[in-house]
Design a protein around this ligand. Sequence first.
Ligand code: FE2
Length: 282
Amino acid sequence: MYWSKAQSEIRHSQEMEKVKKWLNNLWNYKYKDKSVFDPNKELVYADRVRRREPGDDTLGLSPHCDAGSIERWTDNAYQKIYNDIFSDNFENYNPFDAKYRDETIEFESPAVAHVFRTFQGWTALTEQGPNDGTLQLIPIAKGMAYVLTRALLDDVPENELCGSKAGKALSINEKYHSLLLEGLISIPKMYPGDTIWWHPDVVHAVEEKHMGKTFSNVIYVGATPYCKKNIDYIKKQSKKFIEGKSPPDFAAEDYEVNYKGRTKINDLSELAKKQLCLIDWN
Ligand SMILES: [Fe+2]
């Protein structure tokens, strides 16, 4: 589900806006020739909730990164983003430089996000801790340097990028990334409303099995600042929102079209309408 009233209220809340604006401002976004995004205008990217019952072993996710897989080697903008890594100047690489981050072109696929997220976000809806089927991270934004250069070593076949496949999430696996995976940790105990935010290059996973005793539920709300790439997507998303269909980045399941009580345009605040590009910011 994407358009329940509870999801909309969380995504468009003033508290959420405040947090996301603060996070956007951690990036370098101003350059001589252009500002990559406006950190103080936050758009809203609709994602799902995860509702996980005790004992569930079907909703785990193996370690991965989002925002494209082999694109990170092949896409022109990604090559510029990672230029310091590819040209052996790793020390100069700053993962919080936003330049070119809004220009990447990802493969069309229901497994790939087509927005620029300064941070991906996770908000607890229930109390949960390690072993409750929760989120895991390798909290090192520069870890991408390891992933990118790992594929260039001699033990990786010429026609392979360590298991990465077009149109899928970027795979971080035991075969090639065992050293990096030593850093994978479960997030600490969380209570409803607590949030975790991670850089778009950070490796993340979901514990395979929920061994706790109560529901372990979360909502995904990331930070998607005002820039052309995000505006283009949000406008397409809003057409789907009005019809109650699944957002463009997700499989067109369209379950909610005839749901009573889904969020409609009249339920939205002025801020929410701006965040969905339904009205202008000015
Ligand atoms: Fe992910």
